[in-house]
Write a protein that binds this ligand. Structure first.
Ligand code: FEO
Length: 170
């Protein structure tokens, strides 16, 4: 049975994962309208991945005797400025999610909820991968800058990374 404090914290994480999915969906739309198919595919896959992260939490909360809450979400931006800015936003967003997961893990230790603590280890490992992937892409785009030819190649490169964000079982 989940303690109320843990249930509230898990529901907050459900909202964060849902909002992440919305942000990446909006990034996918922006990239697609700019004609960058590779980046758009990557972002659509990333958005699906975040929905999976959310669903995994939803199922866990309900299975442990809590009630997963589906809350209202903040609307993401429509325009992301440049690809460099967009991937910086993505990286910053993942750092924020990692912090939130870490805070959640801390609460489970305080409450001595070892089942939830164990469940959250999957998210801890996932965040290491997500941050590394985002940092990798950011490094590449920082090298390219605004060079059009470079961006074309970058778009193709990012397409190859789609498998890396869509291989997570729930
Ligand atoms: Fe579910 Fe990208 O954090």
């Amino acid at each position: 049975m989940l303690a109320k404090k843990i249930e509230i914290a898990l529901n907050e994480q459900i909202r964060i994962e849902a909002e992440s999915s919305q942000v990446y969906l909006s990034m996918a739309c922006w990239a697609e309208t700019q004609g960058f198919e590779g980046v758009a595919q990557f972002m659509f896959a990333h958005s699906d991945e975040e929905r999976m992260h959310m669903l995994k939490l939803v199922k866990f909360v309900n299975e442990r005797g809590g009630h997963a809450r589906i809350s209202q979400l903040a609307a993401p931006p429509i325009d992301f400025g440049s690809f460099k800015e967009m991937f910086q936003t993505l990286f910053d967003h993942e750092v924020m999610v990692s912090k939130s997961i870490n805070d959640l893990v801390h609460i489970t230790l305080e409450e001595r909820d070892y089942a939830t603590h164990n469940f959250l280890q999957w998210y801890v490992a996932e965040q290491i991968e997500e941050e590394a992937l985002a940092r990798n892409i950011l490094d590449k785009i920082n090298l390219i800058g605004d060079d059009k030819g470079g961006l074309y190649l970058f778009d193709n490169d990012v397409k190859q990374l789609v498998g890396q964000v869509s291989d997570t079982p729930v």
